[in-house]
Design a protein around this ligand. Sequence first.
Ligand SMILES: C[S@@+](CC[C@H](N)C(=O)[O-])C[C@H]1O[C@@H](n2cnc3c(N)ncnc32)[C@H](O)[C@@H]1O
Length: 249
Amino acid sequence: MTEDRTQGATSQLDRRQVSRRHVYGRRRGKPLRAHQAGLVEDFLPEISIDLPEGEGERLNPASLFVSAKREIWLEIGFGGGEHLIDQARTHPDIGIIGCEPFLNGIAKLVAEIDGLGLKNIRVHPDDARPLLEKLRPASLDRIFILYPDPWPKARHNKRRFINQETLATLTAALKPGGELRFASDIPDYVAWTLAHIRQFNAAGGPRLVWAATCPADWRTPYAGWCGTRYEQKALREGRTPAYLTFHRE
Ligand SMILES: C[S@@+](CC[C@H](N)C(=O)[O-])C[C@H]1O[C@@H](n2cnc3c(N)ncnc32)[C@H](O)[C@@H]1O
């Protein structure tokens, strides 16, 4: 792989990453290895999602998969893709979409998809918000938001992914009965999310109903949980995760 090709791969991706809003956090880290850069250039476009451009046009996520899928799931901020890959391997009958703006995480995921020959993943290598806004209403069965960037300083709280606007688009994209999974190791972000969902529910329209009936429900990882890289770090550093589940009414 020549240096030109490595640069070509990443600048091609940069052209895709024209988001309307600012994405806080890193877009890229260390230079990609040649193999990863080649896959980003050649293979990523095959599994990437083209968002419809016309006003009012909506994307039916089920149409992204060659064979019919039992359900369609979305993971927002997949990081290095460990959880997404595990879900895709263990649920070949589910179509899974992953969103992530961090190039090195995207490259890692793409290399795993290629190496394992997985056919049930599609990637939006960018900010999840424009994708959410373009999705056909009530078209997703499950959304994962696992360890979103915590932005712990009070002056940075407004950068958090959960807010009234994203709750509206997340809820609209879920089917009635569809599930939102939110995990975090930051108690303040857990409280923030519960408070924002309470406020969202009070505004009328479809609600997100917290499924917990006792503390064990949010202290216990999801069934079949493989963990995430960020979670491992949190556990090593002595933090306790909360695993929240909501259902769209
Ligand atoms: C703390 S990391 C957690 C990554 C992974 N979920 C894990 O648990 O290992 C949060 C991730 O969310 C991504 N992210 C931040 N803003 C995002 C957005 N608007 N859309 C999609 N992903 C986003 C970041 O790039 C980062 O990889």
